[in-house]
Structures are given as C-alpha cells and as structure tokens.
Ligand binder design. Structure first.
Ligand code: NAD
Length: 499
C-alpha cells in the first residue's frame, strides 16, 4: 500500500473560523500522536477561549444575517451533496488519517468508517428536502388555520468524542447543517485530525462563511465556552456520562437546548438454545470491535447456566483469532486495534486490576502483550472475566476497552433483572432461537437500541437509538437539532375578539 503519511501536512493543522483557516490566538500547538506506536506525526493549533468566541460570533452572524438563512432547503441539500462528492474523491486520504490518528484497522476505515461518513452526507442532504411540518384541525368554527413548522435551533456547538471522529462527526455535522443550523465543532483532544481535514471539504464545497467552524482544544475550556455562551442556542455532546452531567450543570444559566449521547454498559443475553459458535462470534465482536472503544459495546455478557462454561470456551477460541497490531498491518493478519492513548490504556488496566482484586475469575487476557512492537503502542488484549457479580465495579462502570464481564443466569426473569441492573440504558442484545422470547426480552431491556441475534446497528442514520437512563438525553434524529413552531392564523371577523 502507498505511504499513508503522504497525506499528512508538515505545517500545523489550522482551526477553521468564519471561512478561513487560521492559527490559534495563542499560537500554541499540540502533538498529533499515532496510538499504535505513540509517535508524534503532526501538529495542530490548540484553540482556546478567544478562538471559540470568534467562532461563535461567526456562526451567530452566519445564522442571523448570512446567506445561509435565506437559502432554500434545496440549496443546502445541494451543498451537502457537493461536500459528499469531494469527500469521496479523498476517501483514501481520510481512511489513512483515521487509521494514523485513532489506530483504526485500515480495511475497516476503508469499508466502514469512510462509506458511513459519505452515507451520512447523502442521507442528510436528502432529509434536508423533506423536513415537513403539518396542518392541525383546531377550534374556531373554521375561522382558524393552524400549521406547525420545523425550524433550525440556530448556532449549535457540537462536542465530539475520539472513538469514531470522522463517522460520528459526519453524521452529526451533516444533520445539523441539513436542519439549517450553523455550527462550531469541537473535536476530542486525542482525535482531531480527520475533522480538521474535513474543514477543507466544507471550504471547497462553498458553504457560506461562518456556517461551519472548527476549534480544537480542551473540553474544560473550549467545550465549556460553547456550553456557557448565550450566543450558542444548542449544545450537542457525544461523550461520557460525567461530561454530560457537567454540561447539564453549566448550561443551566442559559437554559439552552442540549442533546447528550453518553456512555453505556450494555448487556448481551445468551440463552441456552443458541448456536454456540454463532453467538460467541457476535459476543466477541460486541466487546472487541475498535478494541471495545464503542459506546454500545456489549460488555456485560449474561449466559444461561446450562451453557455457561461451554460458551466461555467458545468466546476464548474466537478471541484467540484476534491479532493485535498497527492498523496498516492488516495484510499480516492484524485485525485488533490499539487503544487511543497511554492514559486511556492505563484507565482500562486499572479496571482490570480492580476486577482481579474484587474476585472476578480472569479467564483470558488481563496481562500486557510481551511483543516489543505492541508495547510501543497502547494495546490491551481481549480480556474476559467470568463470575462477575452485579456489585463489582467492572459490572457497573463503563471501561471502554476490550474487557468482557460474564455472568451466569438461571432463567429469563433473572436475565432481565441482571440486564437492567445498571445506571446506563444505551443498548442491549438477546440471542435465542425462540422468537417469542426474543421479542419479550427485547421489550424489557431498558435501553434505546436492541439487537436480536446479532450486534450493532444496521441503520444509524435512518434508525438512530436514544440513550435511556444515564446514557443520554434528547430525541433521536435530525429533529433534535430543530425547534417546532405552531402558527394560528385567523380568518375571523374582528367582532370575535374577546375584549
Ligand atoms: P469525554 O466525555 O471525555 O469527552 C467527549 C468530549 O467532551 C471531548 O471533546 C471533550 O473535550 C469534551 N469535554 C470534556 N469535558 C467537557 C466540559 N466540561 N464541557 C464541555 N465539553 C467537555 O468522552 P470521550 O472519552 O471522548 O469518549 C468516550 C465516551 O463517549 C464514552 O463514555 C462513550 O460511551 C461515549 N460515547 C457515546 C456515544 C453515543 O452515541 N451514546 C458514542 C460514542 C461515544
């Protein structure tokens, strides 16, 4: 394969504010690090409060006074299609950047991350053209006409995580723009590269200045400024639950619209009638994809007692096929990626230590790789704990790494009780050949996204899940970036006025 570094700029990546690429006010930069070997391979300007304030002003102006406001939905849709086409031309570059910056397995970036990003633009561009309202029959003896329209919220601050920056970024940004908003994007500190590169797509596509802005920087500074600003109408976060709580607190002063897509600790229920090999493959995919750095990861695997040990053996066999390494080494069989940073890997190791201390039975992994090339990166092997009890920390807390907690259950009622023994409610799965049971159990898992006999969404744009309990706030889909307006129009005679 060609050299992926050919796409990396030598000079620091710039912020994009008001239609211009710009250095940060402070002139400070930060390192962009390849998590597969912890080598610095690029720099980017580090944004601060002054930069985000400039971006908010630009987005405000563009929303209130710019050409964007008066564009038709058709015109906005055309711009989104144009952005999609430009991104498609640079598909290989973006797949390389995402692998370099986040340690993704390259074929996954080529066949999933980039196509899903393109699809997000296509979907949102189409959606922009059918954001219909409705006409409602109302009181008034036929003298009143009531209609409801959907309007953009205004300036949206979009705060992103690092686990799928390009795909998640494109999904959110395209929907926010399709709804007619303007946007200030804040990528995560550990994964800014593909989003910074995306600015050139919006620039070239010809979006009016101020419509799309991107400012890097710390959550506590740039993110917090977006949340606190009275000029930002809405903040949308995809991130951890603790960050979500902080945003709820900090947004109180301005009572702005917020949408939160937060953490999870999703149950995966395996009944005794399954095909063991099939279910074990899905169960392993459910907690090892992207090294477990997936919000909906199925990390609490609940297995019916009669197949408990056999199922654990099947899972171990599947895990042994995972080969850790640099995402570009796929031709050498690498299919299991690094974690995003040393710091995050250390947090995952601390949970592994906790699992051992609290008495869970370690049946696979749990010790660092010995190979020198893997020690340079942030690799944690697939790790399985059995006999995990609900009171244990590893059962309750989101680890966000390739660590599965396996717990036995005797019957359907106990499975559901265990599944719902969590503050989270993001996703869940059930494996059984009994259709009625699958349906029954799916209906009782308290979560916004359920899979039956497989894992992961097959339609994130058309059928988005919502986070229940502490996994999120806000409705799913494009309407969360919009307000409704109901209009009562009178054809009545003036004599009907009450005073
Ligand atoms: P994080 O909460 O640490 O950071 C997310 C973003 O919030 C980052 O850009 C960060 O800089 C910013 N931030 C941090 N503190 C802030 C503050 N006080 N004010 C404003 N912004 C602030 O999360 P992460 O570690 O980047 O991502 C992993 C988490 O995201 C996991 O919990 C995962 O489950 C969750 N996630 C959820 C979904 C979903 O759809 N529900 C999708 C992906 C990831």
């Amino acid at each position: 394969m060609s050299n992926p570094y050919q796409y990396v700029k030598k000079e620091p990546y710039m912020l994009y504010i008001d239609g211009e690429f710009t250095a940060s006010e402070s002139g400070e930069t930060f390192d962009i690090v390849n998590p597969a070997n912890n080598q610095v391979f690029a720099q980017a300007y580090k944004g601060g409060r002054a930069d985000v304030e400039k971006a908010i002003k630009a987005a405000r102006r563009a929303f209130d006074h710019g050409p964007w406001k008066n564009m038709t939905n058709f015109q906005r849709s055309e711009l989104l299609y144009r952005a999609r086409d430009l991104l498609e031309k640079r598909a290989h570059e973006f797949a390389c950047l995402e692998t370099l910056d986040c340690g993704k397995i390259f074929p996954g970036a080529v066949h999933h991350e980039v196509p899903r990003s393109l699809d997000a633009f296509r979907y949102s561009a189409g959606h922009a053209r059918h954001l219909e309202g409705k006409v409602v029959p109302v009181d008034g003896g036929g003298n009143y006409f009531n209609y409801v329209t959907w309007e953009p919220c205004g300036v949206v601050g979009e705060i992103l995580p690092w686990n799928g920056p390009l795909t998640m970024g494109c999904q959110k940004i395209s929907a926010i723009l399709a709804a007619g908003n303007t946007i200030v994007v804040k990528p995560a500190e550990w994964a800014s590269l593909s989003l910074l590169a995306l600015a050139s797509i919006f620039h070239e596509a010809g979006f009016p200045k101020g419509v799309f802005n991107i400012v890097t920087g710390a959550g506590s500074e740039v993110g917090a400024a977006l949340v606190e600003s009275p000029d930002v109408d809405m903040v949308s976060l995809t991130g951890g639950t603790e960050t979500g709580k902080e945003i709820i607190r900090r947004s109180a002063e301005t009572v702005k619209q917020i949408a939160l897509e937060l953490g999870g600790k999703s149950p995966n229920i395996i009944f005794e009638d399954v095909d063991l090999k099939h279910a074990a493959r899905w169960a392993v995919a459910g907690f090892t994809l992207n090294s477990g750095q997936v919000c909906v990861a199925g990390t609490r695997i609940l297995v019916q007692q009669s197949i408990y040990e056999a199922f654990i053996e099947e899972m171990k066999a599947v895990c042994r096929k995972l080969v850790a390494g640099d995402g570009f080494a796929h031709e050498q069989g690498v299919n299991f990626s690094t974690l995003i940073s040393r710091e995050h890997a250390e947090s995952v190791w601390s949970y592994i230590r906790k699992g051992k201390e609290e008495g869970a039975r370690l049946v696979l992994g749990g010790e660092p790789y010995q190979e020198e090339h893997l020690q340079k990166g942030n690799f944690v092997p697939p790790t399985i704990f059995a006999d995990v009890k609900p009171h244990m920390t590893i059962f309750q807390e989101e680890i966000f790494g390739p660590v599965a907690c396996v717990t036995p259950f005797k019957d359907e009622a106990e499975a559901i009780e265990l599944a719902n023994n969590s503050k989270y409610g993001l996703a869940g799965a059930v494996f059984t050949q009994n259709g009625a049971r699958a349906h029954r159990v799916a209906n009782q898992i308290k979560a916004g996204q359920i899979y039956i006999n497989s894992y992961y969404s097959k339609g994130i744009m058309e059928s988005p899940g919502t986070g229940w309990k502490q996994s999120g706030l806000g409705v799913a889909g494009i309407h969360k970036y919009m307000h409704s307006r109901t209009v009562f129009m009178s054809f009545a005679d003036r004599s009907e006025a009450p005073v």
